[in-house]
Design a protein around this ligand. Sequence first.
Ligand code: F6R
Length: 242
Amino acid sequence: MKIIEAKDYDELSKIAGDIVLAQIREKHNSVLGLATGSTPIGMYEYIVEAHKKGDISFAAVTTFNLDEYVGLDGEHPNSYSTYMDTYLFDHIDIPKANMHIPNGVALDAEAECTQYEAKIVQSGDIDLQVLGIGIDGHIGFNEPFTPFTSKTHLVQLHETTREVNQRFFDSLDEVPTHAYTMGIDTIMRSKHILLLISGSSKAEIVARLLNESVTEEIPASVLKNHPHVTLVIDRDALSKTK
Ligand code: F6R
């Protein structure tokens, strides 16, 4: 795992944005895996700025998002589909047909997962996968003890994850209880993984991630088995690591 230490969130966002832009410049039809949440927002803003300046085109790029809440349709203000439109898709030239996010209101959950996984395989798997990490070590919505062999699947969210994500909703009751997520195997098949970690709330899990060995108890620890991971992390997130 290559570790790049950023002094703060702004620097982390710029470093991460430049890695994504370099990937697209090298391969204009890259397949990107994308994350939501607070961490990548600055990176998306940086990428949108580059596009506005005419520095980059997404016309041939394909994207697959990591996850989506079950029960929220793409128009719902808290869906990850709306998040992606708000922070990225509405501001770049990517064709709609190239963007993929699990359908939170699919009638057949199993078929939705199988088809999503198949589309990723058909695209040749992901060239660059952006990831954040949960305070319990989750990646995507793969909570502790998710098998490392998992493909795209339906998960029940842990209460801690729902509580942490409550900040985007009016109340805890409104936070969905289930989500679709790429599995750990899906993520691990990506050719390059860009893990972004920011802030002191992540310092404890970062210390465990860096000091402990690979275990299903800390899903992100599986990334130590991947040959090409870049971790961009700010000083606050490293504050409990010796
Ligand atoms: C988001 C996702 C999650 C987040 C993680 C960290 O698509 O899959 O694993 O990356 O929960 O979220 P933030 O960045 O809000 O701390």
